[in-house]
Design a binder for this molecule. Structure first.
Ligand code: AHM
Ligand code: MG
Length: 346
């Protein structure tokens, strides 16, 4: 374990190198992907910060593969990430929430042994009102034999992730990631353009203060979900009421609950039986992070990281956060409590 406290001055690059040294077999490729993503995060942060000034807010005429209106910054963030990582020789393919198909590495660049899946700018419908947005990413190892990445490489269960992280573009820009050895947070110091270690070894409290859910879907929930939400809000007298906090920007809601404890829920409803959030770009990476921080994530039916994906853009109901709070969801949704299963080693 790399030992640093939040008072040491440690850049993200140095931290990544020190983590890599713990793996004598490491080739440096995964570290390279993380460096590139940290660079992309700084470039996106810069665009998000100056968006209002540059008059690039608002929707484009295109809709993305999910049928939602793309915001211009979504397109820009998508491009920035692809351009930051496609030429390094470390990836064999990518998949983005904003693109319908696998993104191949251009012919003139070498292919590597990893795949990157990402949501370039989550919560982008909030951009116009200056609410925090985020980038979410997931890295898995290629499993097919050819040089290029194939669908099978992308459709791996979340427990096979070798790295995952998110960037929150808020009052400060923070990058939080895991490679399976705990969760570490870095805050961007804009004056020097460096991410500095500010939150080493993040642990999520076992039960938390905050409940994040969009109550406006209450009429569309099943009875057991409605009863569960009443429990969290202390209305059935079984537990103290949690404070309801819902930004409507997943990274912001998740980040607050990761640090303060609590639960984020996006249940199934009669209009969206699989909820809204995407397994590969949102649920899996955040589930890897939360488990590494001592929390849990379930669809209500099963551990998120054990879901076998069948489609690049599939959605899943999501209950994620403090383990004690997720266990309540599992018990009330009629599902047994699952113990943490060791994650694939890097
Ligand atoms: P996006 O990926 O299109 O930005 O949508 C995902 C966002 C999440 O950030 C957020 O948790 C959720 O949508 C909010 O949805 P709702 O408005 O239905 O509560
Ligand atoms: Mg999203």
């Amino acid at each position: 374990m790399v030992k640093h406290t939040a008072t040491s001055v440690v850049t993200i690059d140095r931290y990544i190198i020190e983590e890599e040294k713990l793996h004598p077999e490491a080739t440096g490729e995964l570290s390279g992907i993380l460096y590139d993503l940290a660079l992309a995060a700084k470039m996106i942060a810069n665009k998000v910060r100056s968006a209002g000034l540059a008059d690039i807010l608002g929707a484009t005429e295109d809709t993305n593969v999910q049928g939602e209106i793309q915001q211009k910054l979504d397109v820009i963030a998508n491009e920035i990430i692809i351009k930051a990582v496609d030429h390094g020789g470390r990836l064999c393919a990518m998949a983005s929430e904003e693109e319908p198909d696998i993104i191949q590495i251009p012919d003139n660049f070498k292919c590597g042994k990893y795949c990157l899946l990402f949501d370039p700018l989550d919560g982008s419908s909030n951009i116009d009102v200056n609410v925090p947005v985020g980038t979410i990413f997931s890295v898995v190892k290629k499993i097919t034999r050819g040089t290029r990445g194939e669908m099978e490489d992308m459709l791996q269960p979340g427990r096979r992730q070798v790295a995952a992280g998110y960037v929150i573009y808020g009052a400060s820009t923070m990058l939080v990631y895991t490679t399976g050895r705990g969760v570490h947070g870095f805050t961007l110091d804009p004056s020097i353009g460096e991410f500095l270690l500010s939150h080493p070894h993040i642990r999520v409290p076992n039960s938390g203060r905050y409940l994040s859910v969009n109550d406006s879907y209450e009429r569309l929930w099943s009875d057991d979900v409605r009863a569960l939400m009443r429990r969290y809000r202390g209305l059935d007298g079984q537990r103290a009421a949690m404070n309801v906090r819902y930004v409507g920007s997943l990274v912001a809601d998740f980040h607050r609950n990761l640090l303060g404890g609590g639960l984020f829920a996006y249940p199934s409803n009669t209009k969206n039986v699989k909820g809204k959030l995407r397994l590969l770009y949102e649920a899996n990476p955040l589930a890897f992070i939360v488990e590494q921080a001592g929390g849990a994530a379930t669809s209500g039916d099963m551990r998120i990281l054990d879901i076998e994906p069948t489609d690049l853009h599939q959605r899943t109901p999501l209950y994620i956060g403090s383990k004690g709070d997720v266990d309540i969801a599992l018990s009330m949704l009629g599902k047994p409590v699952v113990d943490e299963i060791p994650l694939a080693a890097r």
